[in-house]
Design a protein around this ligand. Structure first.
Ligand code: ADP
Ligand code: ZN
Length: 220
């Protein structure tokens, strides 16, 4: 099973992908996490990715596509994968279709998440993430705080704020989404595999509600 998480930054892609990984056993693969790991290790890829990410711009397609293509070869994703943050451009989506076609596979579902912009900004600036790369649990100091301030409930590691989770960069990231990623909504709607879900306090529908519904839809 191949699931794609689509949506502007801060709509809950990572949270829902993590919940679905736990429920369904399909591997969550986040291109953002792959880049952040490389930044932490100060690899050449990390240096390159950081120069784009810190400004809220996208890492170039050729670099990103190659990473996903290699990742799709690994044994742990052969049963199922939840692609979180990829594709993000039409060129990436077309490349993915081609790669999958070569493997005789196809995308089963594209989960398109929407959240009102004011809520995204609020959510992103109060987001904290577990610094343990094996855990990466996502918290929110207002909506979903850890039991002990600054410490992950699950693994006890320190919580950190992503460098790009500030008001200025999130505005650029939303603009980047509108320009380069939002055309994918139409792209996948035309393929008949798009499922749109609003994740918002406004309608009292949170990431876990969406994850529960998707789980029942898939397992029923
Ligand atoms: P968010 O969706 O909250 O922005 P991500 O972790 O998915 O968080 O992405 C963080 C940053 O990593 C993006 O702003 C972009 O610079 C880079 N990135 C992640 N995925 C891609 C991709 N598929 N193509 C290009 N850049 C990407
Ligand atoms: Zn943790």
């Amino acid at each position: 099973m191949i699931i794609i998480m689509l949506g502007a930054p801060g709509t809950g892609k990572g949270t829902i992908a993590g919940l679905l990984e736990g429920k369904l056993g399909f591997k969550q693969v986040s291109t953002g996490d792959i880049f952040r790991k490389n930044i932490q290790k100060q690899t050449e890829l990390g240096k390159l990715a950081n120069s784009y990410m810190e400004k809220g711009n996208l890492v170039p397609d050729d670099v990103t596509i190659k990473i996903v293509e290699d990742r799709l070869e690994q044994p742990d994703v052969q049963n199922g994968i939840i692609l979180d943050g990829f594709p993000r451009t039409v060129a990436q989506a077309e490349a993915l279709d081609k790669i999958l076609e070569g493997k005789g596979k196809k995308i089963d579902m594209v989960l398109n998440l929407t959240t009102p912009e004011e809520e995204i900004i609020e959510r992103v600036v109060s987001r904290r993430v577990c610094s343990n790369p094996e855990c990466k649990t996502i918290y929110n100091v207002i909506m979903n705080p850890p039991k002990q301030e600054g410490i992950c409930d699950k693994c006890g590691s320190e919580l950190i704020q992503r460098k790009d989770d500030n008001e200025e960069t999130i505005k650029t990231r939303i603009a980047t989404y509108m320009e380069q990623t939002s055309p994918l909504v139409e792209y996948y709607k035309n393929q008949g595999i798009l499922k749109t879900e609003e994740v918002s306090q406004r309608i009292n529908r949170l990431a876990k509600d969406v994850a529960d519904d998707i789980e029942s839809e898939i397992t029923c």
